[in-house]
Design a protein around this ligand. Sequence first.
Ligand code: SAM
Length: 242
Amino acid sequence: MEHCRHIGVITLFPEMLRNVLGTSIPDRARQKGIVEYHIWDLRAFGIGSYHSVDDYPYGGGGGMVLKPEPISEALDCATAELEALSGGELPRLVFPSPQGRVFVQKVAETWSRETRPLLFLCGHYEGVDQRVLESYLLEEWSCGDYVLSGGEIPSALMIDAIVRLIPGVLSNADSPQNETFTNGSFDFPQYTRPRSFRGREVPPVLLSGNHEAIRTFREELSRKKQQEIRPDLGNGRSGISG
Ligand code: SAM
């Protein structure tokens, strides 16, 4: 087996990450020894007896901003640990942000093939002091055009999308080959037992045993739905890579 992939997260809410990464396929990847997750609590790097991590923004305006010192200490600590665990490879530093490039399947595929560790810094409140983003050259990546309360859900989302693509994580039966976006198109609709549900029948071709007819039927349905809902996908718009 290839080397274990190390993925770290710096967050004010470690339990959120532990819950998601300790469940389903992300946890299966860990149990198989393919990935290891490392979570740092930003509060542990806070300043003074209150472990303060945030402060008012210069220039006024509502909300609080995450201070640079606790973040830089957490980044230094996490980077050194991940580097040591990965035989000297420096982590890719990721800041989930609504102002970043959009994280799409192609990016997940590229990152799933890398060996260097990944380190996510979760923002909160109004965000993070700009100077820390600049001095650590954090890459900003967005999970979509909306604003969430913190970087925990985007980090978990990106990690899930990456990890399930690392060879060996999914069994052959769950192979991502035919999934939506992998070939720039939608997956086909799925049916299981019972054959009849509330007056709706499973399409008869799926019971025919004719593999060619089934393939054509599925392709037709997925193409039709994709053209209706996401005609942009067929034009290579999902081709952003990271
Ligand atoms: N003031 C920021 C703005 O308007 O761009 C939004 C801050 S948001 C409330 C707090 C944190 O949540 C961000 O620093 C970022 O880490 C995370 N976040 C929110 N929406 C996100 C998105 N769409 N993609 C990735 N991260 C996001």
